[in-house]
Design a protein around this ligand. Structure first.
Ligand code: ZN
Ligand code: ZN
Length: 665
């Protein structure tokens, strides 16, 4: 039997294409939240039948207890798919491989509770609207302070010239329709140079595009003209950098296919710069090796050898170096036009890294979502293909899988290690974004481009990931963040030793490898605790009944049938204090402050995060599946709960456990 927290880092997600189990993107996965949303109907059906609420469904039930021919897909494509059967029981969801090689059990209690199911069913579209309109081009370019030399061009209305680009493109206003259309014909897949970032202090810009269709000697007057106009639209100088992120060998291979790179001599204002960032196939193999190193090796020699042969850190470094080059160029007032082959993998990585370095807005939770919306989703990174949302059905599709987005998140994490005070979000934000790029639980990352998402009408049919992120924003806050401390992240370290393996992502399910207490988490809970304490000292709030019980005061009045839950709480409390001494302090201090009711509402001692392996609720007892799962303190009783067992106290705007909330209500 496979236990959840022992699952390897490359969590397989099983998906079945044709079954009607869950609509267009059916999935059975070890990710309990995903499994929950997709199998909720089946579970509620079973509950209804068992509780006798729905007699008629019994026949139907017999048919849906097992779902066979389910494929357990390895989400990084690192291991072959496993075919098996999903058994839906009243207590567990079980996946069994047909050949007996794998068996996964997930307790239904971990999946969803009934209230959440209901909330999911009744999802409010209006409430979801801000999530689905995270990126508004006018607002974003207005925020950037784009000059009058740039404007929205109608060239791609209805996606007529480029179906993988956004519908609205910002181009130099001086460019005639003739020039623009001419350039789309000369760029691979019509992906012409378009504005993505305007650096206000110098007026320099980042434009992105795909490789030119030069072959060995082809020229295109309109494309050359457009580059000239882009140079002129930048206020500081006409010369610009043409950045090709590909190694020379890739460029030559493309040249032989009628594509290739620009000839500097044909452009009046261009300096060609190339970077050696490898292609998606190299990155896919690299990540497989990396995962092998961090999960399978036993000796140090093996680990270092495998890590070295993966080349992962080398690749991450080359992306960051390119991002730094672009950022430096803009600071010096030089505009950059960036491309790789199609301009949706390496280009997305490096321009996004450059913007993170340049603009503090993108280092906030909201701003980072805008950046992902803009340079990944709108400009057409192929999430469906790269993340194999539909499972790779053939060899061609297998070759499309690549951890390009994960690698970008890795780059962001590396920057966060160097500048821990300059990011509003923490690494959990990145890890959950990674999870949901693969999970298909939200519509945000589904599809290969903006047009796909419009065609699928996802904003009406699915929930936006950003709405979900908004609802639990405090999970993603970095306690060390100092807003606007610096504007640009200058002098980043790119020496070899500055790069490290992101174990919190790749080893998040490994027991024992990650620190038991994470510095950021401990600080966060210490701050929350301090606030609770101060509030208590200031005498705000009035309820005392719960803390009387929780802090160990004995009262025969509570010893009744109705107070059964309270008694349970007290019992646990005592057991804990006997075991670890955690609550002893509480008893003493509340004893001292016995007379002042306001001062004892809060527990002075909170349960340490160390060794907090499961939710303190006796009804839940859910294990925290990975090291990054949020462990939340109840302000009233001080014990640690999972997210589902913590609620916001309506009166005092504090997080309290379900038990304490019920008692104060
Ligand atoms: Zn509580
Ligand atoms: Zn819980």
């Amino acid at each position: 039997m496979v236990r959840l927290r022992r699952t390897p880092a490359h969590v397989p997600a099983a998906r079945r294409k044709t079954d009607d189990l869950s609509g267009t993107y059916p999935a059975y996965t070890e990710d309990i939240t995903v499994a929950g949303s997709l199998l909720k109907d089946r579970l509620s059906l079973i509950v209804d039948t068992i509780t006798g609420r729905d007699e008629e469904r019994k026949f139907e039930l017999a048919h849906c207890l097992n779902v066979d021919k389910v494929q357990l897909v390895n989400r990084f494509g690192a291991e072959p798919n496993i075919v098996g059967t999903v058994h839906v029981t009243t207590t567990h969801l079980i996946f069994r491989a047909d050949d007996g090689s794998k068996e996964i059990w997930i307790a239904n209690g971990l999946i969803e509770n009934r209230n959440e199911l209901l909330a999911f069913e009744n999802r409010d579209l209006i409430e979801d609207l801000p999530g689905w309109s995270r990126l508004d081009w006018d607002i974003e370019f207005g925020r950037q302070g784009v000059s009058d030399a740039w404007g929205c061009n109608k060239i791609n209305l209805g996606y007529q010239n480029c179906d993988t680009y956004p519908e609205r493109l910002w181009l130099p206003t001086s460019a005639s329709a003739n020039v623009v259309v001419g350039s789309t014909k000369f760029r691979s897949r019509g992906r012409l140079p378009a504005l993505t970032y305007f650096y206000r202090p110098t007026g320099a810009v980042i434009c992105r595009c795909a490789q030119p269709l030069t072959g060995f000697s082809a020229r295109n007057v309109e494309d050359e003209k457009l580059m000239e106009l882009i140079g002129k639209a930048s206020s500081t100088g006409e010369v610009l950098y043409m950045i090709d992120t590909r190694p020379k060998i890739n460029q030559m291979v493309n040249k032989a296919q009628g594509k290739g790179y620009e000839d500097e001599r044909n452009y009046t204002n261009m300096r060609l710069v190339t970077f050696d960032i490898d292609n998606i196939h190299v990155m896919r193999q690299s990540q497989q090796k990396l995962l092998e190193a961090v999960t399978k090796t036993t000796s140090i020699t093996d680990y270092i050898k495998t890590l070295d042969s993966s080349g992962w850190l080398k690749h991450v470094r080359s992306i960051i170096e390119c991002g730094i080059f672009i950022a430096d160029a803009l600071i010096k007032g030089m505009s950059c036009v960036v491309h790789c082959s199609d301009g949706w993998d390496r280009t997305s990585q490096v321009v996004a890294v450059a913007q993170l370095i340049l603009d503090p807005f993108y280092r906030t939770i909201h701003g980072f979502q805008v950046l992902v919306e803009k340079d990944w989703l709108a400009f057409g990174h192929k999430f469906d293909d790269r993340c194999a949302h539909l499972g790779a059905q053939n060899d061609e599709a297998l070759k499309e899988i690549s951890p390009v987005f994960t690698q970008f998140l890795d780059c962001v994490w590396q920057l966060m290690q160097q500048r821990p005070m300059d990011f509003q979000f923490n690494e959990r934000c990145l890890i959950e974004m990674h999870e949901h790029a693969y999970s298909c639980q939200f519509g945000t990352f589904i599809g290969n481009c903006e047009k796909d998402r419009k065609d699928l009408n996802l904003s009406k049919r699915t929930k936006s990931l950003w709405t979900y992120f908004n609802s639990k924003q405090d999970d993603y806050l970095n306690p060390f963040y100092k807003p606007n401390r610096v504007s640009c992240l200058v002098n980043l370290d790119t020496r070899a030793a500055a790069f490290s393996v992101w174990h919190s992502l790749y080893n998040r399910f490994d027991d024992g490898l990650l620190p038991k207490e994470n510095l950021s988490e401990t600080t966060m809970s210490a701050i929350a605790h301090r606030i609770a304490e101060l509030k208590g000292l200031c005498g705000r709030g009035s309820s005392v009944s719960t803390s009387m019980v929780d802090s160990g005061h004995d009262s025969s009045g509570t010893n009744s049938e109705a107070a059964g839950d309270l008694e349970d709480g007290k019992l646990t409390n005592r057991l804990l204090s006997q075991e670890s001494g955690v609550y002893e302090q509480t008893h003493q201090s509340s004893g001292v402050l016995k007379e002042d009711e306001d001062l004892i509402r809060f527990n002075v001692r909170w349960q340490p995060l160390r060794n907090a392996r499961r939710c303190a609720s006796q009804q839940c007892l859910a294990e925290f599946p990975s090291a990054v799962d949020r462990r939340i303190h109840c302000f009233t009783c001080g014990r640690i709960y999972c997210r589902r067992c913590i609620k916001m106290c309506d009166v005092r705007r504090e997080l309290v456990c379900v038990g304490c909330k019920r008692e104060t209500a």
